[in-house]
Design a protein around this ligand. Sequence first.
Ligand code: GMT
Length: 375
Amino acid sequence: MKIAIVCYPTFGGSGVVATELGIALAKLNHEVHFITYKQPVRLELLGKNVHFHEVNVPEYPLFHYQPYELALSSKLVDTIKKHDIDLLHVHYAIPHAYAGYMAKKMLEEEGICVPMVTTLHGTDITLVGNHPFYKPAVTFSINNSDVVTSVSQSLKDDTLRLFNIKKEIKVVPNFIEADDRKTSFTDCQRDIMAEPHERIITHISNFRPVKRISDIIDIFNNIQQAVPAKLLMVGDGPERLPAEQKCKDLGIEDRVVFLGNSNEIDKILCFSDLFLLPSERESFGLAALEAMVNKVPVISSNAGGIPEVNLEGVSGYLSEVGDVEDMSEKALLILKDDQTLDRFKEGAFQQAMKFDISNIVPLYTDLYEEALATF
Ligand code: GMT
């Protein structure tokens, strides 16, 4: 198949999933065309079967807002025609499904029919898309996609509750590649981050308010009072500076390292002992899954789709959103001795294996084939 993928090319989970999916499809000999405004961060090499088409939005001073959707839908039309694309897969309803629908209609005028698969990732539904300013367009885009998938049952339930959806939504969970650990244990340079007797706690996100960064600092503060520990904060976003200040106020700034955005997630996770994800909302929690496949147990909230990923008492523990004390106690339960920690590390890995790429990518290719057969 020749597949065009539209995604956000940033560090966010939706972009990561779209990129990894495209790379996996290319390995299966499908021809994959990424269409977005920047080369996706995880797309390191443009190899055989992988192409990237940049969407340019010319700046024009008359416009207060530059029309990205217009540029994207035009680029889609051109690329689909030029490369004889069979199917379009857009990640994120806003604005990708909207632009995709416009492209489909323009192509239909020329007698070209291309089915569109839309994958909902969370923020496009629970945070932004649900806003009254966007809701009619999001509802329309979902209802006019040929196939709609969501990354968890929880997100599907939210979508059906919040929007007037007439289309069937199929749950296709996010995935990881268990065989593709880039860091072997011999490469794992734990000693650059902590002393042998210290536990390493890690958080990775885009530091938006929904991630409850302040809770992470509080949980870590409690942990480090009971066991020697370091906290690695990976990523960047609006809550980073307040978090750095909070560490200073608590007098723990020498125990917390803010690493900024990183492309070396596996290298960091290989020496981590515990991952914290106390989010207010999370449709899936891909960062937790990436931790688990690196044998890092997870202390999380029970928000959204996280309980579909993190298994209570096996890969970690879950608490009510904001219950910092409970999360701290459960973290210490896991970290209290090496034997318990090893049991949770193995539990995390086994649970992550359920989401191995080999189980999930065929779900997408089956949907593509169905869509093409009925189109
Ligand atoms: O919240 C993020 O970290 C970024 C966001 C995105 O739009 O990329 O992530 C969403 O999609 C991910 C991939 O499907 C999910 O793992 C995240 O849970 C989801 N974020 C939210 O629902 C808040």
